[in-house]
Design a protein around this ligand. Sequence first.
Ligand code: FNR
Length: 372
Amino acid sequence: FAQSKPVSVADLEKIALDKLPKSVRAYYEGGAEDEITLRENISSLQRYRVVPRYLVDVGSDKLDVRSRPIWGKRQNFPFAVGPSAFHRLAGYDGELDVARAAAKRGISMGLSSSSTSNLEDVIEAGQVARSQIDVETQKYNKVYDLVDSDWWQQLYVSNIRSDTEEFIHRSERAGYTALLITIDRPYLGRRHSYLREKFELPPHLRRASGDKMAQDPSMHWDELIPWLRSVTRMKILVKGVLHPEDAALAIKHGLDGIVVSNHGGRQLDAAPATIDALPCIADVIRGRIPIFFDGGVRKGIDVFRALALGADIVLLGRAVLWGLAAGGEEGVGLTLDIIAEEFRLVMALAGITDVTQIKRSTLALVNPYQVG
Ligand code: FNR
């Protein structure tokens, strides 16, 4: 980024899209069918306004941007890297570069079971990077104060359960502490962009961790959750909750958390924007288990919006991919630093000193509707 340093994720996206081959661009960018949900994830976030309070002491030493406690631990930031497939399509060291950028900043990472790097190597790359933090990163992020990142494994449950079980055990041994079980992909959505481009993983890349994984479309609550509990002690979350009834079932089945997600608009087109689904779900969950959230988050203000409507932590999908494609580890670092910086500023400008004070009443929908 010698000439002009990107100042927003939108800048990184532009650089990334200019660099990527057409088929990869289609794969990363694309949503299902008419891409209504894909677009609405972003446009619905943008409808919410933050109503600021002033004459609050927002001196920089007063700002606490750590997440609300998630299983007893406040994460350094209320956002993390979400699981997305095939990072090596972006070039560089793929998932390893993402892990390095995240771990240096004490930002947690969800890894896709369709990663193009071994799941063991991802944690290792992160931990090595963390132990060799450069002075610049340290100064900028005051990294020495930060807690270490957590590592979460996303999973498509296969109809060959012994394969899935082996994969779960492998993830647990490697140091992953939670499983994000993706439930919104019993079948792959129809993504026109890459049906047209006939997207396929190029021969030099492979699904390093989960070659044999094909989602089992017949899995269901009563069978799946007890089975998962019987094979692992990891935290178990379901990823893809949009209906309040499913949130209630997550509680009923004793899950450790949920991820409110529509798979970045890549599965059911015309599924609700995640920010629109979130408040009703938060009303059901009532703080009993953590709510992860993703979909359309490109800015610090989006993180703030999601927290106000009930999320405990926000996952970044394409925002990380754009950083990676734009500039490898440095690019991902920029994505994370920009969102952190933007988030800090929104907090200060809204007159909020602690993430735990962000409330629904801090937001308003664009007139005439009122939230809160
Ligand atoms: C994804 N997503 C995803 N989810 C998952 O559970 N397993 C996966 O392997 C993938 N792979 C994947 C690839 C690509 C290219 C994208 C864009 C997304 C969905 C992802 O976890 C997340 O839900 C969305 O990306 C969130 O939306 P944004 O942030 O991309 O708008």
